[in-house]
Design a protein around this ligand. Structure first.
Ligand SMILES: [Zn+2]
Ligand SMILES: [Zn+2]
Length: 395
């Protein structure tokens, strides 16, 4: 059972089977998920679905072959918890990530905005806790170790003006020196880098006209201030995709400046509420890493070996996407005019060979006819720039 629809189908079959042998006159799902039935005679039976649920909802398995000798790790580097304005605990983010088949996450609670747990928030923290901006990392770490999920220390520098907007500091050795410089965003970015951070410009299409964000529907701008940030070495990547939005121009910006591309959830509510369980449309940043370690993820980030994936779209540099395509899709000539393709990965792939678009489902062979003069194919949903899908040679 791979997905929610199958789960529901299976659940209803189970329900039908149960009804056929059950003497229940009425049944209901109790608050804890157990099915409670009452016989006509008034006796009550309880049937636990606990083990069934575990069987039918395994963690999502995302298959991506190694690329150019690198492992392709699945990550999300922007998420919130009750330690800022999110609605789940850090260890819940760990469990959600494992269920979604991710290898690595960063919890990036806001420095400037902590409405729930703080000295002034709904739930009080001690003075020591309130001035500790590593709390969410420390809280998630034991759960991450237990579940073998890689956990990156992170925080979100959250300014209510654009520029600079919001930046995630990832991999800093300590978030507290960054928070200590809260009154001056330029200093914050510099302190973050001094502490080893990778700086990610979040949601550049942030719509907040009253507080410096852009007008709804207005074009995105790489402002002079952002150019200055970049030139000082205080910007290493940009989100192409955030939550449910994407910004088509960002791959161009990243290409022009050699910046890494990201697709992140920026999730505040529970995963189930935001995307549904194990939703294949949720954003994921692919990381081409030497090893499955936090250090290797960091090395890959600074070497700009990331690919953004959300919904049915993938964004990355031409070089990386060409290598990912080669590793994921096998292509052979059946006859001079017939090509056969097999997508061995879980990635969404749609191609055209001078004709109609063909979707390549995982491990399903597809034959495509081509004219003698056609020497390239276009991967229509893999973007290397704005309006620029990946084009590959036919071998
Ligand atoms: Zn933000
Ligand atoms: Zn955020």
């Amino acid at each position: 059972m791979q997905n929610r629809r199958e789960f529901l189908k299976y659940s209803s079959l189970f329900g039908a089977a149960a009804a056929s042998f059950s003497p229940w006159a009425a049944s209901a799902i109790a608050a804890d998920g157990d099915v409670v039935g009452t016989t006509n005679g008034g006796d009550t039976y309880t049937v636990s679905l606990g083990s069934l649920r575990a069987d039918v909802t395994p963690a999502r398995k995302i298959v991506i072959p190694d690329v150019d000798g690198f492992k392709v790790l699945k990550g999300d580097f922007h998420m919130h918890t009750l330690f800022s304005d999110g609605y789940v605990m850090p260890k819940d983010r760990v469990a959600e990530a494992v269920d979604n088949g991710l290898d690595v996450i960063a919890i990036t609670d806001h420095i400037e905005y902590r409405p729930h747990f703080s000295k002034i928030g709904k739930w009080k923290l001690t003075d020591k806790q309130a001035s500790d901006y590593n709390l969410w990392y420390d809280d998630a770490k034991p759960e991450a170790e237990k579940r073998e999920l890689l956990l990156v220390r992170g925080t979100e520098i959250t300014k209510q003006t654009m520029p600079p907007g919001h930046f995630n500091a990832l991999f800093a050795s300590d978030n507290n020196p960054i928070a200590a410089a809260v009154d001056d965003w330029k200093t914050m970015l510099q302190v973050a880098v001094d502490n080893g951070a990778f700086l990610l410009w979040n949601h550049p299409g942030w719509e907040a006209p009253k507080s410096g964000g852009i007008e709804p529907g207005a074009p995105l701008r790489f402002t002079d201030a952002h150019e200055e940030i970049y030139k000082k070495g205080l910007m290493h990547g940009i989100e192409v995709f955030n939550g449910t939005q994407y910004y088509p121009v960002v791959p161009n910006w990243c290409h022009e400046r050699n910046l890494a591309m990201f697709a992140n959830s920026d999730i505040h509510v529970s995963e189930e509420k935001q995307y549904g369980l194990r939703n294949t449309l949720r954003p994921i940043t692919l990381v081409l890493a030497k090893e499955r370690t936090v250090d290797s993820v960091k090395e890959a980030f600074f070497a700009k070996r990331t690919i953004a994936w959300a919904a049915d779209l993938i964004w990355g540099s031409e070089e990386l996407l060409a290598k990912l395509f080669k590793a994921s899709v096998t292509m052979k000539s059946i006859t001079p005019g017939t090509l056969e393709f097999t997508n061995t990965s879980s990635l969404p792939v749609a191609i055209t060979v001078g004709g109609s678009v063909v979707s390549l489902k995982q491990n399903v062979k597809r034959q495509v006819y081509r004219a003698a003069e056609t020497s390239t194919l276009t991967v229509t949903n893999w973007m290397t720039g704005m309006d620029k899908p990946l084009v590959c040679k036919i071998v």
